[in-house]
Design a protein around this ligand. Structure first.
Ligand SMILES: [Ca+2]
Ligand SMILES: [Ca+2]
Ligand SMILES: [Ca+2]
Ligand SMILES: [Ca+2]
Length: 199
C-alpha cells in the first residue's frame, strides 16, 4: 500500500519539475530588443554658433612672490636693498588697479593703496617695494615684510581679500613664491625673480 503510493507520487513530481524547467527559457528572451538606438541623435549642434556662452575675458590679479630679507638682491630707485612684493595678472583681460590695496595688518590699520597706474595687462607683473619709504616713489608701501613671517593681503576695490599669503620665517635673500608661476602653491625659493617668471 505504502509502496504503491510512493510509486504513484514519484513520477508525478518529476513531471511537474520538467514542465516548470521548460517554461523558464521561453520567458527569458522576452526583453532582448528593448532600448535600441532611438536616442543617439539627441542634442545635436544647436549651440555651436552662440559665442555668448563663452566666459568673458577677466582680469585676475594675484600675489606671486615676496622677499622679506633682502641682503644681496635687487635695489630700489634709492639704491637700497629692500623687501619686495611681486603681483601678476594671470587673467586674460587687463587689470584695473584703481582702489586696490595691500596690507600686512588686515583689519587692524588702513591698507596701502596701489598707485593708479595704467591697467596691468594679462601676464604683466608689478614689483612693489615694502620699505616704508613713501618718498622713494609710488611703488613703495608704508609697511615692511617681517623675516619672521606674517600675513600679506591683496584687497580689491571693495576692500575684500582678493588674494592672501601667510609666509613662514624666511632666511635672508630667500623668496616665497608661487610655483609654478602665478598658479601654483607657495613654496620657498633660493632663486628670487623680482619682476620675472618664478623659478
Ligand atoms: Ca624685512
Ligand atoms: Ca627704499
Ligand atoms: Ca610687516
Ligand atoms: Ca617672480
Amino acid at each position: 500500500m505504502l509502496t504503491l503510493l510512493l510509486t504513484l507520487l514519484t513520477p508525478g513530481c518529476s513531471q511537474a519539475d520538467k514542465v516548470a524547467d521548460d517554461s523558464a527559457p521561453v520567458e527569458g528572451d522576452a526583453d532582448s530588443d528593448a532600448d535600441g538606438d532611438s536616442d543617439s541623435d539627441a542634442d545635436g549642434d544647436s549651440d555651436s554658433d552662440s559665442d555668448s556662452d563663452a566666459d568673458p575675458p577677466e582680469a585676475k590679479l594675484v600675489l606671486n612672490e615676496l622677499l622679506a630679507g633682502n641682503k644681496s638682491g635687487a635695489t630700489d630707485e634709492a639704491g637700497q636693498q629692500e623687501d619686495w612684493i611681486e603681483l601678476v595678472n594671470i587673467g586674460d583681460a587687463a587689470a584695473d588697479l584703481t582702489g586696490w590695496s595691500l596690507t600686512d595688518s588686515f583689519g587692524e590699520k588702513d591698507p596701502w593703496p596701489l598707485p593708479e597706474l595704467q591697467a596691468l595687462n594679462p601676464g604683466e607683473r608689478l614689483l612693489i617695494w615694502a620699505d616704508e619709504d613713501l618718498d622713494d616713489g609710488a611703488l613703495h608701501t608704508d609697511f615692511k615684510l617681517s623675516g619672521d613671517g606674517e600675513t600679506l593681503s591683496l584687497l580689491d576695490a571693495e576692500g575684500e581679500i582678493a588674494d592672501e599669503v601667510t609666509f613662514p620665517a624666511l632666511n635672508d635673500d630667500e623668496a616665497y613664491a608661487r610655483l609654478p608661476d602665478g598658479e601654483g602653491p607657495w613654496d620657498l625659493s633660493d632663486t628670487p625673480t623680482p619682476g620675472a617668471t618664478n623659478e
